[in-house]
Design a binder for this molecule. Structure first.
Ligand code: 5GP
Ligand code: ZN
Length: 157
């Protein structure tokens, strides 16, 4: 069903949600160049690669972020990250691999996914060298304590 510019579909409980391109790939309603698939995850070539061989690892159940996905889902993605990184590196002859996951900000597809991107020395992709900040020691301690406190709260729930 199409409403305005967005394709809306009904989920299992009958609520409307925006149609998900990765769910369509998982359901084989849309074409993708699949390199791996099991009961939990699927991996396919990114349609618009940073470098050739750029692969996406996607859980078969629809979650938007790592915060919302259950631990077991993240574990199955982590298993794939290990061997698919090795495979992409060998298949493309790259010198390294970048593993990236965008959550909310910079996340164009709202279905959790991990990018496996082949990298080479001097390839001019600038991500790790982007603008960096400097801490004062006071600020570093303050942020450290805030994150520790949030971790303690999350772990206790
Ligand atoms: P994000 O910005 O959400 O982390 O990355 C989404 C990625 O999905 C982008 O790199 C984009 O090229 C890729 N992508 C978007 N639509 C499709 C599609 O229909 N098929 C495939 N294979 N990749 C897609
Ligand atoms: Zn989805």
């Amino acid at each position: 069903m199409k409403i305005g510019k967005k394709n809306l579909i009904l989920n299992e409980i009958g609520a409307q949600m925006e149609e998900c391109i990765f769910c369509n790939i998982i359901d084989k309603k849309s074409k993708a160049y699949i390199v791996y698939e099991d009961e939990n995850t699927i991996a396919f070539l990114d349609i618009s690669p940073v470098f050739l061989g750029h692969t996406l690892i996607v859980p078969k159940k629809h979650y938007v972020t790592v915060m919302e996905a259950p631990k077991e889902v993240l574990e199955s993605i982590a298993d794939d990250v290990k061997f698919i990184s090795e495979a992409v590196m060998k298949a493309t002859g790259s010198e390294g691999i970048m593993v990236v996951n965008n959550n909310i900000v910079s996340q164009l597809v709202h279905h959790l996914h991990v990018h496996i991107i082949p990298r080479n020395f001097g390839d001019k992709f600038s991500y790790p060298r982007g603008p960096r900040r400097r801490y004062t020691e006071e600020h570093m301690n303050e942020i450290k304590e805030k994150i520790k406190s949030e971790i303690a709260t999350i772990k206790n729930n």
